[in-house]
Design a protein around this ligand. Structure first.
Ligand code: NAD
Length: 502
Protein backbone atom coordinates (compact mmCIF):
# COMPACT_ATOMS: atom_id res chain seq x y z
CA UNK A 1 0.00 0.00 0.00
CA UNK A 2 2.76 2.46 0.90
CA UNK A 3 4.17 2.14 -2.66
CA UNK A 4 1.21 4.15 -3.95
CA UNK A 5 1.95 7.07 -1.64
CA UNK A 6 3.82 10.16 -2.86
CA UNK A 7 7.52 9.80 -2.17
CA UNK A 8 9.73 12.51 -0.66
CA UNK A 9 13.34 12.46 -1.86
CA UNK A 10 16.36 14.72 -1.40
CA UNK A 11 17.55 18.09 -2.69
CA UNK A 12 21.08 17.87 -4.00
CA UNK A 13 22.88 20.31 -6.30
CA UNK A 14 19.66 22.27 -6.83
CA UNK A 15 17.67 19.23 -7.97
CA UNK A 16 15.12 16.82 -6.57
CA UNK A 17 16.82 13.44 -6.46
CA UNK A 18 16.09 9.96 -5.19
CA UNK A 19 18.68 7.95 -3.30
CA UNK A 20 18.65 5.08 -0.83
CA UNK A 21 16.62 1.90 -1.05
CA UNK A 22 15.00 2.20 2.37
CA UNK A 23 11.98 4.39 3.02
CA UNK A 24 9.63 5.25 5.89
CA UNK A 25 5.98 6.28 6.06
CA UNK A 26 5.13 9.87 6.94
CA UNK A 27 1.85 10.08 8.86
CA UNK A 28 -0.82 12.69 9.19
CA UNK A 29 -1.08 12.63 13.00
CA UNK A 30 -4.67 13.93 12.97
CA UNK A 31 -6.00 11.09 10.80
CA UNK A 32 -3.44 8.50 11.85
CA UNK A 33 -2.95 7.62 8.17
CA UNK A 34 0.34 7.32 6.28
CA UNK A 35 0.03 9.91 3.51
CA UNK A 36 3.58 9.98 2.10
CA UNK A 37 6.81 8.03 2.26
CA UNK A 38 10.24 9.51 2.75
CA UNK A 39 13.38 8.01 1.22
CA UNK A 40 16.13 7.31 3.73
CA UNK A 41 19.44 8.36 2.22
CA UNK A 42 22.22 5.80 2.08
CA UNK A 43 25.90 6.63 2.48
CA UNK A 44 26.43 7.29 -1.24
CA UNK A 45 23.54 9.78 -1.37
CA UNK A 46 24.87 11.74 1.61
CA UNK A 47 28.35 11.69 0.11
CA UNK A 48 26.90 13.11 -3.13
CA UNK A 49 25.33 15.95 -1.11
CA UNK A 50 28.66 16.65 0.63
CA UNK A 51 30.45 16.60 -2.73
CA UNK A 52 27.95 19.11 -4.12
CA UNK A 53 28.49 21.39 -1.10
CA UNK A 54 32.26 21.06 -1.46
CA UNK A 55 32.12 21.97 -5.16
CA UNK A 56 29.94 25.04 -4.50
CA UNK A 57 32.13 26.32 -1.65
CA UNK A 58 35.00 28.21 -3.37
CA UNK A 59 32.71 30.39 -5.50
CA UNK A 60 30.22 30.95 -2.68
CA UNK A 61 33.00 31.86 -0.23
CA UNK A 62 34.30 34.42 -2.73
CA UNK A 63 30.83 35.92 -3.30
CA UNK A 64 30.72 39.36 -1.61
CA UNK A 65 28.91 39.16 1.73
CA UNK A 66 26.46 41.84 0.61
CA UNK A 67 25.34 39.59 -2.26
CA UNK A 68 24.97 36.65 0.11
CA UNK A 69 22.99 38.91 2.44
CA UNK A 70 20.66 39.90 -0.41
CA UNK A 71 19.77 36.24 -0.96
CA UNK A 72 18.62 36.18 2.67
CA UNK A 73 16.53 39.32 2.17
CA UNK A 74 14.90 37.74 -0.90
CA UNK A 75 14.30 34.54 1.03
CA UNK A 76 12.61 36.46 3.85
CA UNK A 77 10.15 37.92 1.32
CA UNK A 78 9.50 34.51 -0.26
CA UNK A 79 8.96 32.87 3.12
CA UNK A 80 6.42 35.55 4.00
CA UNK A 81 4.64 35.05 0.69
CA UNK A 82 4.54 31.27 1.07
CA UNK A 83 4.04 30.99 4.82
CA UNK A 84 0.55 29.55 4.47
CA UNK A 85 1.85 26.71 2.31
CA UNK A 86 4.71 26.04 4.79
CA UNK A 87 2.23 26.00 7.70
CA UNK A 88 0.00 23.51 5.89
CA UNK A 89 3.00 21.18 5.37
CA UNK A 90 3.89 21.47 9.07
CA UNK A 91 0.34 20.75 10.25
CA UNK A 92 -0.08 17.82 7.85
CA UNK A 93 3.03 16.03 9.17
CA UNK A 94 3.63 17.36 12.69
CA UNK A 95 -0.01 17.95 13.68
CA UNK A 96 0.37 21.33 15.41
CA UNK A 97 -2.48 23.82 15.05
CA UNK A 98 -2.23 26.35 12.21
CA UNK A 99 -1.69 29.40 14.46
CA UNK A 100 1.17 27.68 16.24
CA UNK A 101 2.71 26.65 12.91
CA UNK A 102 2.58 30.28 11.84
CA UNK A 103 4.40 31.31 15.03
CA UNK A 104 7.12 28.79 14.22
CA UNK A 105 7.47 30.06 10.64
CA UNK A 106 7.60 33.67 11.83
CA UNK A 107 10.38 32.84 14.32
CA UNK A 108 12.23 31.08 11.48
CA UNK A 109 11.86 34.14 9.24
CA UNK A 110 13.36 36.31 12.00
CA UNK A 111 16.49 34.15 11.84
CA UNK A 112 16.68 34.69 8.07
CA UNK A 113 16.26 38.42 8.69
CA UNK A 114 19.14 38.38 11.18
CA UNK A 115 21.30 36.48 8.66
CA UNK A 116 20.59 39.27 6.15
CA UNK A 117 22.61 41.62 8.44
CA UNK A 118 25.69 39.44 7.96
CA UNK A 119 27.81 42.19 6.42
CA UNK A 120 27.67 43.99 9.76
CA UNK A 121 28.22 40.78 11.74
CA UNK A 122 31.31 39.69 9.78
CA UNK A 123 33.23 42.92 10.33
CA UNK A 124 36.52 42.13 12.01
CA UNK A 125 38.78 44.23 14.21
CA UNK A 126 41.67 46.40 13.05
CA UNK A 127 44.59 47.93 14.93
CA UNK A 128 47.03 50.28 13.25
CA UNK A 129 50.65 50.57 14.37
CA UNK A 130 50.74 47.65 16.77
CA UNK A 131 54.51 48.05 16.22
CA UNK A 132 56.50 50.49 14.09
CA UNK A 133 54.80 50.38 10.68
CA UNK A 134 52.97 47.21 11.61
CA UNK A 135 49.18 46.80 11.34
CA UNK A 136 47.15 43.90 12.69
CA UNK A 137 43.59 42.83 12.06
CA UNK A 138 41.34 39.87 12.58
CA UNK A 139 38.67 38.52 10.26
CA UNK A 140 36.00 35.86 10.50
CA UNK A 141 36.47 33.30 7.74
CA UNK A 142 34.06 30.62 6.59
CA UNK A 143 34.77 27.00 7.52
CA UNK A 144 33.77 25.12 4.36
CA UNK A 145 31.12 22.40 4.26
CA UNK A 146 28.90 22.52 7.36
CA UNK A 147 25.92 20.36 8.33
CA UNK A 148 22.81 20.34 10.49
CA UNK A 149 20.60 17.61 11.94
CA UNK A 150 17.19 18.69 13.20
CA UNK A 151 14.28 17.35 15.31
CA UNK A 152 10.63 16.80 14.43
CA UNK A 153 9.10 19.37 16.73
CA UNK A 154 10.02 22.54 14.81
CA UNK A 155 10.44 21.17 11.29
CA UNK A 156 10.67 24.60 9.63
CA UNK A 157 12.14 26.81 12.36
CA UNK A 158 15.08 24.77 13.67
CA UNK A 159 16.63 24.28 10.19
CA UNK A 160 16.29 28.08 9.82
CA UNK A 161 18.24 28.51 13.07
CA UNK A 162 21.15 26.89 11.28
CA UNK A 163 21.68 27.06 7.56
CA UNK A 164 20.78 30.72 6.76
CA UNK A 165 23.53 32.04 9.05
CA UNK A 166 25.95 29.28 7.99
CA UNK A 167 25.60 30.14 4.30
CA UNK A 168 25.42 33.91 4.90
CA UNK A 169 28.87 33.53 6.54
CA UNK A 170 30.15 31.93 3.32
CA UNK A 171 29.85 28.22 4.13
CA UNK A 172 27.93 25.59 2.22
CA UNK A 173 25.54 23.28 4.04
CA UNK A 174 24.01 19.80 4.17
CA UNK A 175 20.77 19.59 6.15
CA UNK A 176 19.30 16.34 7.51
CA UNK A 177 15.77 17.13 8.74
CA UNK A 178 13.61 14.85 10.87
CA UNK A 179 12.31 11.89 8.89
CA UNK A 180 8.96 12.26 10.69
CA UNK A 181 8.05 15.60 9.08
CA UNK A 182 10.52 16.36 6.29
CA UNK A 183 8.45 18.37 3.76
CA UNK A 184 8.64 21.96 5.05
CA UNK A 185 12.46 22.04 5.21
CA UNK A 186 12.66 20.61 1.70
CA UNK A 187 10.17 23.15 0.37
CA UNK A 188 12.12 26.02 1.97
CA UNK A 189 15.35 24.77 0.35
CA UNK A 190 13.65 25.12 -3.02
CA UNK A 191 12.50 28.65 -2.16
CA UNK A 192 16.13 29.47 -1.32
CA UNK A 193 17.13 28.71 -4.92
CA UNK A 194 14.36 31.04 -6.10
CA UNK A 195 15.83 33.63 -3.72
CA UNK A 196 19.18 33.35 -5.53
CA UNK A 197 21.09 30.67 -3.63
CA UNK A 198 23.31 28.85 -6.15
CA UNK A 199 22.87 25.06 -6.50
CA UNK A 200 24.96 23.08 -4.04
CA UNK A 201 25.18 25.82 -1.40
CA UNK A 202 22.32 24.16 0.49
CA UNK A 203 21.59 20.45 0.11
CA UNK A 204 18.92 18.49 1.96
CA UNK A 205 19.19 14.76 2.57
CA UNK A 206 16.37 12.90 4.24
CA UNK A 207 17.25 9.92 6.32
CA UNK A 208 18.02 8.38 9.67
CA UNK A 209 21.07 7.10 11.53
CA UNK A 210 22.87 5.98 8.36
CA UNK A 211 22.70 9.51 6.94
CA UNK A 212 23.70 11.10 10.25
CA UNK A 213 26.65 8.78 10.75
CA UNK A 214 27.89 9.55 7.25
CA UNK A 215 27.85 13.28 8.05
CA UNK A 216 29.62 12.63 11.37
CA UNK A 217 32.43 10.62 9.83
CA UNK A 218 33.07 12.46 6.56
CA UNK A 219 36.28 14.50 6.81
CA UNK A 220 34.92 17.16 4.41
CA UNK A 221 32.27 18.25 6.95
CA UNK A 222 33.95 20.90 9.11
CA UNK A 223 31.20 21.72 11.60
CA UNK A 224 27.93 20.20 12.66
CA UNK A 225 24.91 21.64 14.48
CA UNK A 226 22.45 19.26 16.10
CA UNK A 227 19.12 19.79 17.85
CA UNK A 228 17.23 16.82 19.30
CA UNK A 229 17.07 14.56 22.33
CA UNK A 230 19.90 14.37 24.88
CA UNK A 231 21.06 10.77 24.25
CA UNK A 232 21.47 11.51 20.53
CA UNK A 233 22.99 14.96 21.23
CA UNK A 234 25.63 13.37 23.42
CA UNK A 235 26.35 10.73 20.78
CA UNK A 236 26.64 13.37 18.03
CA UNK A 237 28.91 15.54 20.16
CA UNK A 238 31.32 12.79 21.13
CA UNK A 239 31.51 11.13 17.71
CA UNK A 240 31.69 14.45 15.84
CA UNK A 241 34.41 15.83 18.13
CA UNK A 242 36.36 12.58 17.88
CA UNK A 243 36.28 13.04 14.10
CA UNK A 244 37.85 16.50 14.59
CA UNK A 245 34.76 18.58 13.84
CA UNK A 246 33.38 21.62 15.56
CA UNK A 247 30.08 20.45 17.12
CA UNK A 248 27.19 22.10 18.95
CA UNK A 249 24.50 19.67 20.08
CA UNK A 250 21.36 21.00 21.75
CA UNK A 251 19.47 18.35 23.71
CA UNK A 252 16.34 17.69 25.73
CA UNK A 253 14.73 19.53 28.60
CA UNK A 254 12.54 19.40 31.67
CA UNK A 255 11.65 23.00 32.38
CA UNK A 256 10.31 24.10 35.75
CA UNK A 257 8.05 27.10 36.38
CA UNK A 258 8.18 28.42 39.93
CA UNK A 259 4.99 30.06 41.21
CA UNK A 260 5.55 32.23 44.27
CA UNK A 261 2.81 32.94 46.84
CA UNK A 262 2.67 36.60 45.75
CA UNK A 263 2.22 35.83 42.02
CA UNK A 264 -0.80 36.95 40.02
CA UNK A 265 -2.29 33.45 39.94
CA UNK A 266 -4.76 34.06 37.07
CA UNK A 267 -1.98 35.38 34.92
CA UNK A 268 0.33 32.50 35.88
CA UNK A 269 -2.36 29.91 35.10
CA UNK A 270 -3.02 31.37 31.62
CA UNK A 271 0.71 31.46 30.92
CA UNK A 272 1.17 27.87 32.16
CA UNK A 273 -1.68 26.57 30.00
CA UNK A 274 0.00 27.74 26.80
CA UNK A 275 3.47 26.72 27.95
CA UNK A 276 2.41 23.21 29.05
CA UNK A 277 -0.10 22.27 26.37
CA UNK A 278 0.80 24.47 23.38
CA UNK A 279 2.07 22.28 20.52
CA UNK A 280 0.89 19.30 22.61
CA UNK A 281 3.85 19.83 24.95
CA UNK A 282 6.25 18.95 22.13
CA UNK A 283 8.54 21.93 22.67
CA UNK A 284 11.97 21.91 24.27
CA UNK A 285 10.94 25.14 26.03
CA UNK A 286 7.56 23.75 27.16
CA UNK A 287 6.78 23.80 30.88
CA UNK A 288 6.04 20.24 32.06
CA UNK A 289 6.63 21.04 35.77
CA UNK A 290 5.21 23.68 38.08
CA UNK A 291 6.92 24.19 41.41
CA UNK A 292 4.37 25.82 43.67
CA UNK A 293 5.77 27.56 46.74
CA UNK A 294 3.35 26.89 49.59
CA UNK A 295 0.24 24.68 49.73
CA UNK A 296 -2.09 27.65 49.27
CA UNK A 297 -0.33 28.55 46.01
CA UNK A 298 -0.43 24.91 44.84
CA UNK A 299 -4.11 24.66 45.60
CA UNK A 300 -4.93 27.84 43.65
CA UNK A 301 -2.74 26.85 40.67
CA UNK A 302 -4.18 23.33 40.44
CA UNK A 303 -7.77 24.62 40.71
CA UNK A 304 -7.10 27.27 38.04
CA UNK A 305 -5.44 24.79 35.66
CA UNK A 306 -8.21 22.22 36.13
CA UNK A 307 -10.83 24.78 35.22
CA UNK A 308 -8.85 26.08 32.21
CA UNK A 309 -8.25 22.57 30.86
CA UNK A 310 -12.02 21.95 30.67
CA UNK A 311 -12.26 24.90 28.25
CA UNK A 312 -9.43 23.72 25.97
CA UNK A 313 -10.31 22.60 22.45
CA UNK A 314 -8.36 19.62 21.17
CA UNK A 315 -8.63 18.50 17.55
CA UNK A 316 -7.11 18.59 14.10
CA UNK A 317 -4.56 21.36 13.57
CA UNK A 318 -6.30 22.40 10.36
CA UNK A 319 -9.27 23.71 12.38
CA UNK A 320 -8.27 27.20 13.52
CA UNK A 321 -10.58 26.98 16.57
CA UNK A 322 -8.49 24.26 18.21
CA UNK A 323 -5.91 25.00 20.91
CA UNK A 324 -4.04 21.71 20.72
CA UNK A 325 -3.51 19.06 18.04
CA UNK A 326 -2.36 15.43 18.15
CA UNK A 327 1.01 13.95 19.11
CA UNK A 328 3.39 13.35 16.22
CA UNK A 329 3.28 9.55 15.83
CA UNK A 330 1.54 6.50 17.24
CA UNK A 331 4.81 5.44 18.94
CA UNK A 332 5.16 8.82 20.61
CA UNK A 333 1.50 8.71 21.68
CA UNK A 334 2.07 5.30 23.32
CA UNK A 335 5.22 6.56 25.03
CA UNK A 336 3.53 9.65 26.49
CA UNK A 337 0.47 7.66 27.57
CA UNK A 338 2.86 5.19 29.22
CA UNK A 339 4.31 8.04 31.30
CA UNK A 340 0.80 8.95 32.51
CA UNK A 341 0.22 5.31 33.53
CA UNK A 342 3.58 5.37 35.28
CA UNK A 343 2.73 8.58 37.18
CA UNK A 344 -0.46 6.99 38.50
CA UNK A 345 1.50 3.89 39.58
CA UNK A 346 4.12 6.04 41.30
CA UNK A 347 1.43 7.69 43.43
CA UNK A 348 1.06 11.18 41.92
CA UNK A 349 -2.52 12.49 41.94
CA UNK A 350 -3.97 12.55 38.41
CA UNK A 351 -6.26 15.59 38.62
CA UNK A 352 -7.15 15.61 34.91
CA UNK A 353 -6.88 12.43 32.83
CA UNK A 354 -6.71 13.01 29.07
CA UNK A 355 -6.13 9.37 28.16
CA UNK A 356 -9.70 8.62 27.10
CA UNK A 357 -10.01 11.48 24.61
CA UNK A 358 -11.63 10.72 21.24
CA UNK A 359 -11.93 13.43 18.61
CA UNK A 360 -15.06 13.01 16.47
CA UNK A 361 -14.18 12.35 12.84
CA UNK A 362 -10.53 11.69 13.78
CA UNK A 363 -10.88 8.47 15.76
CA UNK A 364 -7.56 7.09 14.47
CA UNK A 365 -5.60 10.26 15.19
CA UNK A 366 -2.83 10.36 17.81
CA UNK A 367 -4.79 12.55 20.23
CA UNK A 368 -4.12 12.64 23.95
CA UNK A 369 -6.07 15.09 26.07
CA UNK A 370 -4.34 17.40 28.52
CA UNK A 371 -3.21 15.58 31.69
CA UNK A 372 -2.53 17.25 35.04
CA UNK A 373 -0.76 15.67 38.01
CA UNK A 374 -0.55 17.08 41.51
CA UNK A 375 1.81 15.92 44.29
CA UNK A 376 4.61 14.98 41.89
CA UNK A 377 7.78 14.06 43.81
CA UNK A 378 11.40 14.50 42.63
CA UNK A 379 12.10 10.77 42.83
CA UNK A 380 9.32 9.90 40.37
CA UNK A 381 10.10 9.00 36.74
CA UNK A 382 7.51 11.56 35.58
CA UNK A 383 9.51 14.23 37.41
CA UNK A 384 12.95 13.19 36.18
CA UNK A 385 12.41 12.26 32.52
CA UNK A 386 11.41 14.36 29.53
CA UNK A 387 7.88 13.29 28.52
CA UNK A 388 7.42 15.67 25.56
CA UNK A 389 3.63 15.53 25.64
CA UNK A 390 0.61 17.32 27.16
CA UNK A 391 1.41 16.25 30.71
CA UNK A 392 1.90 18.86 33.43
CA UNK A 393 3.00 17.98 36.95
CA UNK A 394 2.76 20.14 40.06
CA UNK A 395 5.44 19.78 42.73
CA UNK A 396 4.80 21.35 46.13
CA UNK A 397 7.62 22.99 48.08
CA UNK A 398 7.78 25.33 51.08
CA UNK A 399 10.37 27.93 50.01
CA UNK A 400 12.00 29.52 46.98
CA UNK A 401 15.32 28.01 48.09
CA UNK A 402 13.76 24.55 47.98
CA UNK A 403 12.36 25.23 44.49
CA UNK A 404 15.74 26.44 43.24
CA UNK A 405 17.54 23.48 44.76
CA UNK A 406 15.25 21.12 42.80
CA UNK A 407 15.88 22.95 39.52
CA UNK A 408 19.62 23.17 40.08
CA UNK A 409 19.86 19.45 40.88
CA UNK A 410 17.95 18.40 37.72
CA UNK A 411 20.02 16.94 34.89
CA UNK A 412 18.52 19.36 32.34
CA UNK A 413 18.94 23.13 32.32
CA UNK A 414 17.26 24.43 29.19
CA UNK A 415 14.61 26.93 30.31
CA UNK A 416 12.87 27.99 33.51
CA UNK A 417 10.67 30.80 34.75
CA UNK A 418 9.38 32.39 37.92
CA UNK A 419 6.01 34.01 38.51
CA UNK A 420 6.20 36.64 41.23
CA UNK A 421 5.59 40.30 42.04
CA UNK A 422 8.77 40.43 44.12
CA UNK A 423 11.64 41.97 42.16
CA UNK A 424 14.24 40.88 44.71
CA UNK A 425 13.14 37.22 44.50
CA UNK A 426 13.12 37.37 40.69
CA UNK A 427 16.59 38.89 40.60
CA UNK A 428 17.98 36.33 43.05
CA UNK A 429 16.37 33.51 41.04
CA UNK A 430 17.75 34.76 37.68
CA UNK A 431 21.20 35.19 39.17
CA UNK A 432 21.58 31.81 40.89
CA UNK A 433 19.58 29.36 38.82
CA UNK A 434 21.65 26.86 36.79
CA UNK A 435 19.62 27.15 33.60
CA UNK A 436 20.47 28.76 30.26
CA UNK A 437 17.25 30.66 29.52
CA UNK A 438 15.23 32.31 32.29
CA UNK A 439 11.84 34.02 32.24
CA UNK A 440 10.43 36.38 34.84
CA UNK A 441 6.66 36.26 34.44
CA UNK A 442 7.45 35.00 30.91
CA UNK A 443 6.71 31.29 30.54
CA UNK A 444 8.61 30.57 27.30
CA UNK A 445 11.77 32.70 27.42
CA UNK A 446 12.89 31.72 23.91
CA UNK A 447 15.50 34.31 22.92
CA UNK A 448 14.75 36.43 19.86
CA UNK A 449 16.81 35.90 16.68
CA UNK A 450 19.44 38.49 17.61
CA UNK A 451 20.25 36.80 20.91
CA UNK A 452 21.36 33.15 21.11
CA UNK A 453 19.51 30.04 22.25
CA UNK A 454 20.95 27.39 24.52
CA UNK A 455 20.54 25.47 27.72
CA UNK A 456 22.98 24.43 30.43
CA UNK A 457 23.93 21.04 31.85
CA UNK A 458 22.75 18.11 29.71
CA UNK A 459 20.59 20.35 27.52
CA UNK A 460 23.59 21.49 25.46
CA UNK A 461 26.88 19.86 24.50
CA UNK A 462 29.40 22.37 23.18
CA UNK A 463 30.45 25.91 23.98
CA UNK A 464 28.39 28.09 21.68
CA UNK A 465 24.62 28.47 21.71
CA UNK A 466 22.39 28.23 18.66
CA UNK A 467 21.51 31.11 16.29
CA UNK A 468 22.06 34.83 17.06
CA UNK A 469 25.60 36.16 17.60
CA UNK A 470 26.89 32.74 18.75
CA UNK A 471 25.98 31.29 15.33
CA UNK A 472 28.30 33.77 13.63
CA UNK A 473 31.10 32.53 15.90
CA UNK A 474 30.17 28.90 15.38
CA UNK A 475 30.12 29.07 11.57
CA UNK A 476 33.36 31.09 11.23
CA UNK A 477 37.00 30.84 12.22
CA UNK A 478 38.88 33.86 13.43
CA UNK A 479 42.09 34.64 11.59
CA UNK A 480 44.47 37.35 12.78
CA UNK A 481 46.85 38.91 10.29
CA UNK A 482 49.87 41.03 11.24
CA UNK A 483 51.44 42.95 8.38
CA UNK A 484 54.45 45.12 7.70
CA UNK A 485 55.68 46.70 4.46
CA UNK A 486 59.30 47.65 5.14
CA UNK A 487 60.32 51.02 3.71
CA UNK A 488 62.75 50.80 0.85
CA UNK A 489 66.32 50.64 2.10
CA UNK A 490 65.42 50.04 5.78
CA UNK A 491 66.71 46.64 6.82
CA UNK A 492 66.66 45.10 10.27
CA UNK A 493 69.09 42.53 11.46
CA UNK A 494 67.93 39.24 12.96
CA UNK A 495 66.16 39.67 16.33
CA UNK A 496 66.31 36.66 18.62
CA UNK A 497 64.33 37.96 21.58
CA UNK A 498 60.52 37.74 21.56
CA UNK A 499 59.12 40.96 20.02
CA UNK A 500 57.21 43.19 22.44
CA UNK A 501 56.14 46.81 22.85
CA UNK A 502 58.55 48.20 25.44
P1 NAD B 1 15.69 12.83 18.16
O1 NAD B 1 16.91 12.97 18.99
O2 NAD B 1 14.98 11.54 18.15
O3 NAD B 1 16.04 13.15 16.63
C1 NAD B 1 16.72 14.32 16.24
C2 NAD B 1 17.48 14.03 14.96
O4 NAD B 1 18.44 13.01 15.21
C3 NAD B 1 16.61 13.55 13.81
O5 NAD B 1 17.01 14.19 12.63
C4 NAD B 1 16.87 12.06 13.78
O6 NAD B 1 16.79 11.52 12.48
C5 NAD B 1 18.29 11.94 14.29
N1 NAD B 1 18.52 10.68 15.01
C6 NAD B 1 17.62 10.00 15.78
N2 NAD B 1 18.18 8.89 16.28
C7 NAD B 1 19.46 8.86 15.84
C8 NAD B 1 20.54 7.95 16.03
N3 NAD B 1 20.42 6.87 16.79
N4 NAD B 1 21.71 8.22 15.44
C9 NAD B 1 21.85 9.33 14.69
N5 NAD B 1 20.86 10.22 14.46
C10 NAD B 1 19.67 10.00 15.04
O7 NAD B 1 14.71 14.02 18.60
P2 NAD B 1 13.21 14.28 18.14
O8 NAD B 1 12.32 13.26 18.79
O9 NAD B 1 13.14 14.48 16.68
O10 NAD B 1 12.96 15.72 18.80
C11 NAD B 1 12.54 15.89 20.12
C12 NAD B 1 13.72 16.13 21.04
O11 NAD B 1 14.44 17.28 20.60
C13 NAD B 1 13.29 16.44 22.46
O12 NAD B 1 14.18 15.80 23.34
C14 NAD B 1 13.44 17.95 22.57
O13 NAD B 1 13.66 18.44 23.86
C15 NAD B 1 14.63 18.17 21.71
N6 NAD B 1 14.71 19.54 21.23
C16 NAD B 1 15.66 20.34 21.76
C17 NAD B 1 15.75 21.66 21.37
C18 NAD B 1 16.79 22.56 21.93
O14 NAD B 1 17.01 23.61 21.37
N7 NAD B 1 17.48 22.20 23.01
C19 NAD B 1 14.87 22.17 20.40
C20 NAD B 1 13.92 21.31 19.86
C21 NAD B 1 13.85 19.99 20.29
Amino acid sequence: MSQALPSIGHWIDGQNVTGGVRSQDVFNPATGQAEKTVLLADKATVQAAIASAEKAYPTWRATPPLKRARVMSNLKTLLEQHSEKICSLITAEHGKVAGDALGEVQRGIENVEYASYVTELLKGEHSRNVGPGIDSWSELQALGVTAGITPFNFPAMVPLWMWPMAVACGNTFVLKPSERDPSSALYIAQLAVEAGLPPGVLNVVNGDKEAVDTLLDDRRVQALSFVGSTPIAEYIYSRGCAAGKRVQALGGAKNHAVVMPDADIDNAVSALMGAAYGSCGERCMAIPLVVAVGDKTAHAVVAGLKEAIQKMKVGAGTDGRNDMGPLVTKQHFEKVKGYVDQGVKEGATLVVDGRGLKVAGYENGFFLGACLFDHVKPEMVIYREEIFGPVLGVVRVKTLEEAMHLINEHEYGNGTCIFTRDGEAARYFSDHILVGMVGVNVPLPVPVAYHSFGGWKRSLFGDLHGYGPDAVRFYTKRKTITQRWPSAGVREGAIFSFPSTK
